[in-house]
Design a protein around this ligand. Structure first.
Ligand code: BG6
Length: 364
């Protein structure tokens, strides 16, 4: 069943190009994102004045990426809420708020409760769900299915990247319908989204490089992920993935926030995985890298292809293939999945079934 892979997690990492293709392709008509199959009308999108994304764990982290993209393209406010908090927070909702729930299983109790609360408060609900006919899918007004196929490993990989792709499709359609981007721009974005499938396939070949880096991470007690903007959203996901399966304590920090306390934890040889893929904040993140370097951190730096990285800046440099800044999350996700996976393997742990965690949590 594992198709020659040692663990389901590795198999599922490798299934990402196909899962992305299966999720993206059916939603493209004449080069534009199209949700008529899903019944998501332009009128609904036009009436949406605000979006709340709610989910748990990795699915919530996909929402963090979605928020940045949707707000950037449309200037419409988006908030991301942890479902277990949202459901008890007496949230402000109305009929012009679209509540997007994201869930691989479609059965997570907190996310389901958040969805029900949204409906009770008169908001329209859209779910991004992987499992057909699941509770969340059945109870939502609209469903945008992801087509990752079954995900077995507890640590979510392909479900996350297809959730990103669904959010990107949504963002492009939403921005187009709201007349925030032209038809030509929407088509350009779709082409770039399709191109990312090949980019993800290419990044799968980084396994040997990352396996070697993981050998140097396996004995760490604490580890930090830093980044800004999209890179911070990715840092949150990289950190949860790593701690879920390696049991190494890690934290995701917005790079600029480090100096407000946590930098005191950066001492000799503490690994810092720094994501610096966003041109607009590149110099800022690099200055944070220098700060941790000067305190002895072991730095693994992940950048785009179009920057020159001084060898003195880091211990390891992982360069993503050329791509537009908005799309780096897909490639960075694969790198971070590999880091978690190979570090767990190096620590001789059961990658697919980490202790105390369940694939789907249907109780509160
Ligand atoms: C957790 C899983 O319990 O639930 C995570 O361990 C997952 O991997 C989270 O991200 C949310 O699950 P789902 O099915 O709602 O996406």
């Amino acid at each position: 069943r594992k198709g020659g892979y040692e663990y389901f997690m590795l198999k599922e990492i490798h299934e990402q190009p196909e899962a992305l293709r299966n999720t993206i392709a059916p939603r493209i008509v004449n080069g534009l994102p199209d949700f008529s199959e899903e019944g998501i009308s332009d009128e609904l999108l036009r009436n949406t004045k605000r979006i709340v994304i709610t989910a748990c764990g990795t699915a919530m982290h996909a929402g963090l990426v979605g928020r940045i993209l949707i707000e950037k393209l449309t200037r419409i406010p988006v908030s991301v809420e942890i479902a277990s908090e949202f459901r008890y927070a007496n949230p402000i909702l109305d009929e012009n708020t679209l509540v997007i729930t994201i869930s691989q299983s479609g059965e997570t109790a907190d996310t389901l409760a958040a969805l029900r609360l949204a409906k009770e408060n008169g908001s329209m609900t859209l779910s991004i769900v992987n499992v057909k006919g699941s509770s969340i899918a059945r109870e939502s007004d609209f469903v945008l299915y992801t087509h990752a196929g079954p995900e077995i490993a507890v640590a979510s990989t392909k479900a996350y990247t297809v959730q990103l792709s669904a959010l990107y499709l949504f963002a492009f359609r939403f921005a187009f319908v709201k007349e925030k981007i032209s038809q030509q721009k929407a088509q350009e974005y779709i082409t770039l989204l399709e191109d990312t499938i090949d980019t993800v396939a290419y990044v799968l070949s980084y396994d040997t490089q990352i396996e070697a880096i993981s050998q140097r991470l396996k004995s760490a007690d604490d580890l930090f992920f830093i980044g800004r903007g999209l890179d911070y959203a990715l840092s949150c996901e990289g950190s949860i993935k790593l701690k879920e399966i390696t049991y190494i304590h890690s934290e995701a920090y917005a790079a600029g926030e480090l100096k407000h306390g946590t930098i005191s934890l950066i001492t000799d040889n503490v690994p810092v995985i720094a994501l610096a893929t966003q041109a607009d904040v590149y110099a800022k993140t690099i200055s944070n890298v220098r700060e941790v370097r000067s305190r002895g951190a072991k730095v693994i730096l992940i950048t785009n292809a179009d920057v020159q990285v001084d060898a003195s800046l880091c211990d390891h440099h992982i360069m993503l293939p050329p791509m537009e800044a908005e799309f780096t999350p897909f490639a960075a996700a694969v790198v971070l999945q590999y880091i978690a996976y190979y570090t767990a393997v190096a620590r001789e742990l059961n990658v697919d079934q980490p202790r105390n965690l369940a694939k789907s949590v249907t109780v509160e």
